[in-house]
Design a protein around this ligand. Sequence first.
Ligand SMILES: Cc1cc2nc3c(=O)[nH]c(=O)nc-3n(C[C@H](O)[C@H](O)[C@H](O)COP(=O)(O)O)c2cc1C
Length: 406
Amino acid sequence: MKTIFDLREKQDDEVYKAIQNLYDEPLKVVRLDNKSITPCIGCWNCWLKTPGRCIMKDQMAESYSDYVNSDAIILLMDTAQGFISHKAKAFFDRTIPHYHPYIKIVDGECHHVARYKSYPDIAFYFDSEGLTSQEEHVIEDYLYRTAYHFQSKAYRIVKDSSLQLRLLEPRKAKRQSVAFNSVEPMKKLVIYNGSPRRSGSNSALILKKVLEALGDRVEIRDLKKRDKWEEWADAFKIEDHVMFFMPLYVHAMPSHVMGFIEQLQVSRGSISFFVQSGFPESSQSYYLEAYFEQLAIRLGRTYIGTAIKGGVEGLQMRPVKAQEKMIEPMVKAITDLVYEGSFNAKSICQLARPIRLGRGMEIFFKVLAKLGLVNFFWDQQLKKNDAYEKRFDCPYLFLKKKTTTA
Ligand SMILES: Cc1cc2nc3c(=O)[nH]c(=O)nc-3n(C[C@H](O)[C@H](O)[C@H](O)COP(=O)(O)O)c2cc1C
């Protein structure tokens, strides 16, 4: 089975016909319209309470079996503000139930263990009109990277005289093509909190400490308040210093953050980014960093830089002292920025360690895995939720009918 997921706003059936010519079997078309993909809220029910199953009841959830039972899927997506649209981003974020919370290490990076035996090849289709060549490159790299972590082969459907399938090759993130800049010390920094979590948010905990340290030199706005977006996007045009602080979601921003970014217009002033992630290695966030550099250029704002901190998942479960130890350098990075007008390069490098996991760490991880300690964090919660026995469930797999012979 092969399925087209059409995530574009405007329907254009001609493209289906052209894409159909690339495949030798009929393609199923699933059109996910505007309200069909509820953004992931990071509740992790799909990992800890109903293994493999998302709690959302929407068209996206209804189409999960089309995803996991296909041997190839074709994603038709829009771009916006030089990246994939928030809807395409929501699609990726909502794909997380198809993987285990369990971790393995591949080339010095953490990966989620597969829940299903195999995953479909993914062919991406987007129009490059309106993108700079750098932005197009960044998007392609990001799509490759996402498919790689989804354990899928990645293709891009490109327009030549006709449509062609091109295999996407591994490429490093094209980051640091824009240098970190500095401005005058900041009278006030507006920080957007991009965590979709309704409770237990690590970002909220960290930003609370930032507020305690900086008082009225900082204003923190929660992007979950959608009714404020219009007012804030308008204010962005005249605000001198703005930072986006967010958890990493599938190697990029959570989808609602992209939704807000799509509303922004060219304006003067500075822009900075802070990304915190679950896995310890900061290389996870490099593809997002590459996009933020391009976004600063697109918005015409002074790029102050992107601070990255890995290993933040589980922050809430640490004893208070250990929490403070982890939060303190993040708060310092932001106070430095406000008081000095720039990130402190040395602290930012320190914060981003490890970039990848070294050989020693890999060996240590293997020993922990042998002792059953790697999955302990997840198993403990699965057991508490009475879901441990179901941890290997593959809820969206079509069961093959048994054939009986006479
Ligand atoms: C849908 C989803 C996707 C995620 N993707 C990544 C990822 O690609 N890499 C990573 O290191 N962490 C990833 N994480 C983990 C979060 O970045 C991490 O848990 C973060 O600390 C959550 O912050 P918050 O509580 O402020 O939302 C993901 C979490 C969710 C829910």
